[in-house]
Write a protein that binds this ligand. Structure first.
Ligand SMILES: [Zn+2]
Length: 276
């Protein structure tokens, strides 16, 4: 499932193919912007905030065509907002080559003379002006993968929901952006936190937040998500979707935790993560 590191990698793929390039074709396959044509615009770069991808496009004649992901973005830029949700991905390739995913799942095509980025099965596709981008980002918590990540602000926000279980608070994107369910379960394991422990009762929250950053950063450059350091399937997590704890062999417990309708399936080891 896409988490902050997957999204970050997708952004780097888009930029490796198209940053600083003039687009020779655009195709938005969603009703709201299906007739929009940004041919001649330059792809300035792709920012991420948690699980949101923000691809900045500047109009012909603009002298500010980069560098990528430096704020401020020029006011006349449009930003393509995409979100991978459960199934989405961005793939890049030489313009004109066959696609690796079914054509009917393509939602966005951005193309230069020689390179192409295609967004498949995207959960959100929208074009925003910079006011819209600010509105989108305002409610999001500090981004774990941002170079200027503000740990104090993240902890302040997390503590505002401090009576709720750790695994519910840690993946609330309005409090701290970047962790999905897999990393949250694994973070709880790696820091010895029982998933039901109220956030405010977690010992040394600063250390936990630092570990969360490290987990995402380590995976930015990996082809396979792993919290154990092992990349082979079935051995890349300690407890998430495991039957037995990969450290001590104890049977892994599974429960749905969260508000009704928003529960996430949580995995933990009762021996390595005892209730406080
Ligand atoms: Zn264990």
């Amino acid at each position: 499932m896409p988490e902050g590191d997957t999204v970050f990698r997708a952004a780097r793929r888009i930029d490796a193919a198209l940053a600083g390039r003039v687009l020779s074709r655009t195709d938005f396959r969603v009703p709201a912007i299906a007739t929009t044509d940004l041919t001649g615009w330059t792809l300035r770069g792709t920012r991420t905030h948690g699980k949101h991808l923000l691809t900045d496009l500047v109009p012909p004649g603009s002298d500010d065509t980069g560098p990528a992901w430096l704020d401020p973005v020029p006011s006349d830029a449009l930003t393509l907002h995409t979100h991978l949700k459960m199934e989405g991905t961005w793939l890049t390739q030489r313009t004109g080559s066959g696609w690796k995913r079914p054509e009917f799942t393509a939602r966005v095509v951005l193309e230069s003379e020689d390179r192409q980025a295609v967004g498949f099965s995207l959960g959100i596709v929208a074009l925003l002006d910079q006011h819209g981008v600010a509105e989108l980002r305002a409610p999001l918590g500090p981004d774990l993968l941002h170079p200027d990540f503000d740990a104090d602000e993240a902890m302040r926000r997390l503590r505002s929901e401090g009576s709720l279980p750790f695994v519910q608070v840690a993946q609330n994107q309005r409090l701290m952006a970047g962790l999905g369910n897999m990393y949250t379960c694994e973070l709880a394991f790696l820091t010895g936190v029982n998933p039901y422990t109220p956030l405010n009762a977690v010992a040394n929250l600063a250390r936990v937040v630092t570990r969360a950053r490290l987990l995402l950063e380590q995976n930015v450059t990996r082809a396979v998500q792993s919290t154990t350091g092992v990349l082979s399937a079935g051995r890349n997590t300690w407890v998430y979707r495991q039957k037995a704890c990969r450290r001590c062999g104890t049977r892994v417990r599974v429960a749905k935790i969260g508000y009704v309708g928003q529960e996430r399936t949580t995995y933990w080891c009762p021996r390595c993560q005892p209730a406080a």
